[in-house]
Design a protein around this ligand. Structure first.
Ligand code: NAG
Ligand code: NAG
Ligand code: NAG
Ligand code: NAG
Length: 314
């Protein structure tokens, strides 16, 4: 959730230009950007959507099944859980359970091209709660993302997320400039650690052997990651994630993974939690992001599951 939309938020753009000018000044004096080179592919959408915020998210997306009782305790009571919506996509999902998404991602090559604005790469991780009836209409799915750990080096990303009412922990990451790195045992590793508290989220995931089926189809992740997101519900974030571009085929096709998530962060209370044998996918997707929208305006939006149906491929 990096920055406000220019046409709606002119003052915000001025602020961003100033901030990015400052950041660029700061950078030229301090660490050259080349120290942080990423394996991530360049943003293919900046040219197509020069007036919009675009970028690339290279992510590990993991589903953690929790009981509906626990989900009901964690999710603010005013938002109904649209169980029918996720059962439609996942008929075999265990009874009495709810799918929480862990999203561990590297945000890369973010641009608002027409304004000559670029944002430094950053990492972020958090628990996200999809299929929530924010508007009380019984069908539009929204995703509650109440807390994030975000690279402390990217002030704009930290402040941009806080503006949604998100609890943001400025954090440091391993690896520094990528979505994950390989361990000696062949698994991938990613960890975000708060610089201001003991909060952290750590993922160690291994590629699924061919003989093991991922219980979650890619379509589930596409569906969840395209739901409009909110934190305190003052405004909503519409991130359009494209799963069918050249970035996710052939050598870079989504990889099914299974592994372990350890974490201590909101809204899970108390000591550190650990979930093993959880399944997910590693996939990089380009995105167009429309920030700080009126949530009500997203009612029936394709990505939210309106009566009309499906998100068209761009
Ligand atoms: C995603 O990140 C991994 C780890 O750095 C990298 O190997 C892969 O090439 C990246 N994928 C894309 C499409 O950027
Ligand atoms: C780009 O931004 C405009 C203005 O906010 C918006 O109407 C349009 O839907 C955005 N494009 C995409 C692909 O989201
Ligand atoms: C939500 O968070 C924003 C940004 O911190 C704040 O301006 C707004 O007042 C908050 N709204 C509610 C209902 O808490
Ligand atoms: C997500 O799934 C729901 C059904 O559970 C559907 O109504 C909605 O259109 C889907 N959204 C997308 C973006 O495919």
């Amino acid at each position: 959730m990096p920055f406000k939309h220019p046409l709606l938020q002119v003052t915000a753009v001025v602020l961003i230009v100033l901030l990015s000018a400052l950041l660029n000044l700061g950078r030229s004096k301090a660490v050259p950007q080349s120290i942080c080179t990423s394996y991530d592919h360049p943003n293919p959408l900046a040219v197509m959507f020069p007036n919009n915020a675009t970028g690339v998210l290279n992510a590990t997306l993991v589903i953690i099944p929790i009981s509906l009782d626990v989900a009901r305790r964690l999710i603010p009571p005013q938002y109904r859980i649209l169980e029918g919506a996720y059962r439609h996509l996942l008929p075999e999902f265990p009874q009495g359970m709810y799918p929480v998404l862990v999203q561990a991602a590297h945000d890369h090559d973010i641009q608002l091209r027409a304004y000559g604005i670029t944002l430094d790469d950053f990492s972020r991780v958090g628990f996200e709660f999809p299929f929530l009836d924010l508007l009380g209409d019984g069908y539009s799915s929204f995703r509650w993302a109440p807390a994030q750990l975000i690279s402390a080096t990217n002030t704009i990303a930290v402040e941009g997320s806080k503006a949604y009412g998100t609890i943001v922990s400025p954090a440091e990451y391993e690896p520094l400039c990528d979505a994950y790195h390989a361990l000696a045992n062949g698994a991938t590793y990613f960890k975000g650690s708060s610089l201001t508290s003991s909060d952290f989220v750590e993922l160690e995931m291994a590629q699924l052997p061919r003989s093991v089926l991922n219980p979650y189809p890619l379509e589930l992740f596409r569906n969840i990651t395209n739901q409009p997101t909110f934190a305190n519900a003052t405004t909503c974030d519409n991130m359009i994630r494209m799963f069918h571009t050249s970035m996710s085929v052939g050598e870079f096709a989504p990889v099914s993974v299974r592994g372990r998530v350890r974490a201590k962060t909101f809204p899970f209370e108390g000591a550190q939690k650990e979930w093993s044998n959880v399944y997910g996918v590693q996939v990089a997707t380009p995105f167009v992001e429309n920030n700080y929208l009126d949530c009500q305006s997203m009612q029936g939006y394709d990505g939210s599951g309106g009566p009309e149906g499906s998100l068209s491929a761009i």
